[in-house]
Ligand binder design. Structure first.
Ligand SMILES: [Zn+2]
Length: 136
C-alpha cells in the first residue's frame, strides 16, 4: 500500500514536471482570453488600480499643486523635479513610476503639480536649455 501511494505521488510529480510549461501556458492563455473577452472590465480594473495609487501619492506628497495650490485632483500630476520623467517612464512604465514614488518617499525627486504649472515648468525648462546651449 505504502509503495503504491508513493508511486502515485511520483507519477504526479513526473506528470507535473512534464506538463509544467503547458500548465503555465494555459494560465497565460486564460488570462489573455479574459482580457480580450472583458475589455471594459479589465480596463475598469486597471483604471481603479491607477486611481488608488494616485490617491496614495496625494496622501504622501500632498493633494494640492506645490506651485499655485490648485486642489482639483483631476488636474494634478506627479512631477519629476529633475525633469527625468521621460527616462524613468521608459524604464519603469507609468505604473512603475507611481509605485516607486509611493514605496519610497522621495520629496527631492517628486512633487505634485497641476497641469498648468507642469506645462509652464516644461516651457521654462526648454527656454533655459535653449539659452544654455545657445541655439535660439
Ligand atoms: Zn499649479
Amino acid at each position: 500500500m505504502k509503495n503504491s501511494k508513493q508511486s502515485n505521488r511520483e507519477r504526479y510529480k513526473k506528470w507535473y514536471e512534464a506538463n509544467k510549461e503547458q500548465a503555465r501556458k494555459k494560465k497565460r492563455e486564460n488570462m489573455r482570453r479574459y482580457r480580450a473577452e472583458n475589455p471594459t472590465k479589465y480596463a475598469e480594473q486597471s483604471r481603479k488600480a491607477k486611481r488608488k495609487i494616485r490617491d496614495q501619492l496625494f496622501d504622501i506628497y500632498g493633494d494640492t499643486c506645490k506651485e499655485c495650490g490648485f486642489d482639483d485632483k483631476r488636474a494634478l500630476t506627479l512631477d519629476h523635479i529633475q525633469n527625468n520623467g521621460n527616462v524613468e517612464r521608459k524604464e519603469l512604465g507609468e505604473r512603475g513610476v507611481y509605485q516607486r514614488a509611493r514605496d519610497n518617499y522621495l520629496p527631492n525627486e517628486y512633487q505634485i503639480l497641476c497641469m498648468n504649472c507642469q506645462f509652464i515648468k516644461k516651457v521654462e525648462t526648454q527656454k533655459q536649455n535653449q539659452h544654455l546651449h545657445g541655439n535660439y
